[in-house]
Design a protein around this ligand. Sequence first.
Ligand SMILES: Nc1ncnc2c1ncn2[C@@H]1O[C@H](COP(=O)(O)OP(=O)(O)O)[C@@H](O)[C@H]1O
Ligand SMILES: [Mg+2]
Length: 350
Amino acid sequence: MKIRVGVVFGGRSGEHEISLRSAESVLRSLDPNKYEIVPIGITHEGKWLSPGKSVALLPPKETIETTLVKGQPAALTAEPAAHGAVDVIFPVLHGTYGEDGTIQGLFDLANIPYVGAGVLGSAVGMDKDVMKRLLRDAGLPIVDFWAIKKNEIESFVARRSRELPYPVFVKPANLGSSVGISKVHNANELAGALKAAAEYDRKIVIEKGVDAREIELAVLGNDDPIASIAGEIIPSREFYDYEAKYVSEDSRLLIPAPLSPEQNAEAQRLAIGTFKALDGSGLGRVDLFLERGSGKFYVNEINTMPGFTSISMYPKLWEASGIPYPELIDRLITLAIERHAEKNKLKTKY
Ligand SMILES: Nc1ncnc2c1ncn2[C@@H]1O[C@H](COP(=O)(O)OP(=O)(O)O)[C@@H](O)[C@H]1O
Ligand SMILES: [Mg+2]
């Protein structure tokens, strides 16, 4: 019996196009001898497409072998057992409504196994304010930060603008891909950066900037996760902004990152600690800063559904650590099914 995998992609997110690229790699690498593949595309507007129309969302250069489930609507309902069409879901969705716990809530209601973090892990991984509080609570090193609401911008500028440790980074609390993020070099630039971030979220995070190397690790597992070797990003611009991530070709990935064995061990300890503190499951890419002067590591963030094309950092880190891309997908699907089985063993009546 083949496992029927629903691969969900696109979605109502600023990272819609990036999701399509990730999904294309996943769809091409799922072994058709083991899996029946049901592509489930979600448009920018949030419409769930049938398998045939879903494939049409993807870049046209590849034909992807899929099992089209005829007559089945792609849309899920919240009722367990009403879905029937798939055994497990791989939500290859980045950012809002995909990586933030919302769609995970739907899968939980429908009682379908799915790859990646659950509702809580997804939501806290998305909110840079709550995420940093939990990391601090777990004793993990983070940079100094402040969080304010949109309606507090004026008073924050009045009270704090002269004493902040410039440069600072100003970010919408819930977003990704560096959208809405500014590096603020002095007090004059602060108000503009806060207003720009507030266009994307009602909550804004202000962080002390560190002069740091950007080190990333891949974590895999449920309650007993493992960490890959470390990789390093060399951004092509002043920081790793949207342009440096997706537009310019000049940002570089170094795998492995040139680190001492002690630094590697420390980075792995922090990556696993972060994954556990933030209730990760399945996968997560943990991004660290390694401060140039002090040699001190800080945890920047977790991404619970990191870029997943075959040339993205997450799969490449595992490849370099001995887990090739198709095997990585197999393991993620197994982890999803295991977690779901564990959960269904729990008592729900008293
Ligand atoms: N406190 C900081 N110090 C130095 N650089 C930072 C800091 N915060 C963010 N950056 C730079 O901005 C980039 C994007 O910030 P990040 O918090 O990772 O947001 P996103 O979730 O959009 O990736 C980082 O990869 C880094 O280059
Ligand atoms: Mg980041």
